[in-house]
Design a protein around this ligand. Structure first.
Ligand code: SAM
Ligand code: SF4
Length: 490
């Protein structure tokens, strides 16, 4: 999923609050991704068809893969056309107000389709389910079923209830559901890279964040089932797995049979040992939890990618305290220094919020200053969006005017653009091992892949007979602020 957003899309970038640069399977950026998978595309053998759109983070997308698996077992086939569907599902995100507004607009559009097809069922899945169930199901009657992130196993029963004209709702948040035994159907897959969910929920109470309320308590998935899923992916030709959780470094699983405990560092090592040609990435690391053990395991195995997404949120200790992030500016800087000591070639990216409650110009300066010090390769930057029910909504006033939030966002985006271009320019003349993911978006004559540092690399196919999933050495000779351009060295 090569995204390509350039500087001249600046206004648009701010509007979508705000992903910079062109690169990756972005942790925040599914915006109506439609289900696609050849193996269960609807055909005459399927009794019914479903249409599924995903919003929000990679974890939501991974959940959609679990939902597709559950529906497949019920005889459903997939369609990319909402008008052909018997069941339309939106897997929703609540992280910022904008995400919720987009989903609402979409639901209104689907309601129009229902007018011509009264048998059609429309369902809302995921993070918006708990908060908006009554409003969307009973008051506005935009949906027929509402299913929270821990209730997907009950989807078949809920569909039956909705077919009988009942209001079908399950937003129960579990303490132990991890869907460990459900083999996800890979959606929109390039057959090379896949997400593997290793934990659910979050116990951190960052004051701005709605996730602990929408996705419940943190729980880690059975390590053996994670290894089995990664092994299966490798056996079927995948070359890269991204281990997913809101806070992967607090992964901790106790094997009930042996009493043996497994930490994230140990899990990483077990996945790394599946094969030296299976690459491993992970997201997201909380700065307070990433340990030297994890860093040393990353350094020890070439196939664990040298890239850490380390959300900052703010460069001001005062604001970090209000955000309940539990680290200071100095702690964060020391963590970045430690990463670079152990892995000098490790790339770091961040999440940053502008205009959090009470943020002064001085706090904002602290954020800009720390960006220069950390020299992120890229960042995901957002204006603060107050979310109902969060600690910040209860305790503080959302007192920074929108135009100030926006101006500060523009300033940090401008810094990040400079940093990215400078960092990428320093790669010119270097040779990287690149995993080919597919054709470049712009030309079928070029390959697109990534280096260990998660930077997108584009290069001509030339006369070589490489294919997707191959590793290839590429010499970088040019760059944009989000892409390295090179030529094959072999
Ligand atoms: N668990 C990850 C962590 O702690 O870094 C982050 C998960 S959250 C889905 C992704 C990002 O969304 C956060 O790092 C934060 O920058 C941003 N975010 C969360 N709540 C927000 C809010 N209320 N307003 C603006 N941005 C927000
Ligand atoms: Fe939200 Fe903080 Fe948990 Fe991340 S660590 S999901 S920002 S509460």
């Amino acid at each position: 999923m090569e995204k390509n957003m350039q500087m001249n899309d600046f206004e648009n970038m701010i509007d979508i609050e705000s992903k910079i640069l062109s690169t990756s399977r972005d942790p925040h950026q599914y915006n109506g991704e439609v289900f696609e998978n050849e193996s269960i595309v609807a055909s005459t053998q399927h009794q019914k068809r479903f249409y599924l759109e995903s919003y929000g983070c990679q974890m939501n997308f991974a959940d959609s893969e679990v939902v597709a698996s559950i529906l497949q077992a019920q005889g459903y086939g997939a369609t990319k056309e909402p008008a052909e569907a018997d069941l339309i599902l939106l897997n929703t995100c609540s992280i910022r107000e904008k995400a919720e507004l987009t989903v609402r607009k979409r639901l209104t559009e689907f309601k129009k389709i229902k007018k011509n097809n009264p048998g059609l069922l429309i369902g809302m899945l995921g993070c918006m389910a708990e908060r908006l169930k009554t409003k969307l199901l009973e008051e506005e009657k935009l949906v027929d079923l509402v299913v929270g992130p821990d209730a997907y196993r009950t989807l078949p029963d809920l569909i039956s209830e909705a077919e009988d004209g009942q209001k079908a709702v399950n937003v129960f948040l579990s303490r132990d559901e991890t869907y460990a035994d459900i083999a996800p159907v890979r959606l929109n897959s390039n057959g090379i890279t896949a997400f593997v969910s290793i934990m659910r929920g979050c116990n951190n109470m960052c004051s701005f964040c709605v996730v602990p309320f929408t996705r419940g308590r943190e729980r880690s998935r059975d390590a053996d089932s994670i290894i089995a899923e990664c092994q299966e992916l490798y056996d079927t030709g995948y070359k890269e797995v991204t281990l997913l959780g809101q806070n992967v470094d607090s992964y901790y699983w106790n094997n009930p049979e042996t009493g043996h405990n497994i930490t994230f560092a140990q899990l990483l090592e077990r996945v790394a040992l599946i094969s030296p040609v299976l690459r491993i990435r992970f997201s997201t690391s909380h700065p307070k939890d990433i340990t030297d053990d994890v860093l040393h395991i990353m350094a020890k195995y070439e196939n664990i990618c040298k890239y850490i997404h380390l959300p900052l949120q703010s460069g001001s200790t005062r604001v970090l305290q209000l955000m309940n992030r539990t680290y200071t500016r100095e702690w964060y800087l020391a963590k970045v220094k430690r990463i670079k000591e152990i892995m000098p070639d490790c790339s770091i990216s961040a999440d940053i919020i502008t205009g959090f409650c009470t943020e002064t110009e001085e706090d904002h300066q602290d954020t800009m200053d720390i960006m220069w010090q950390c020299r992120y390769d890229y960042s995901y930057m957002f204006m603060y969006s107050e979310r109902p029910g969060t600690l910040a909504a209860k305790r503080f006033t959302d007192d920074i005017p929108h135009d100030v939030k926006r101006r500060r966002l523009q300033e940090i985006v401008a810094i990040q653009n400079k940093l990215s271009f400078e960092n990428y320019s320093q790669d010119i003349g270097k040779t990287y091992k690149v995993l080919i993911e597919g054709n470049s978006k712009r030309s079928a004559a070029d390959w697109m892949g990534r280096n260990s540092q998660n930077k997108v690399v584009v290069f001509p196919k030339g006369d070589f007979s490489y294919t997707s999933g191959d590793y290839v050495m590429v010499l970088v000779h040019e760059c944009t602020q989000g892409t390295l351009l090179g030529t094959i060295m072999n």
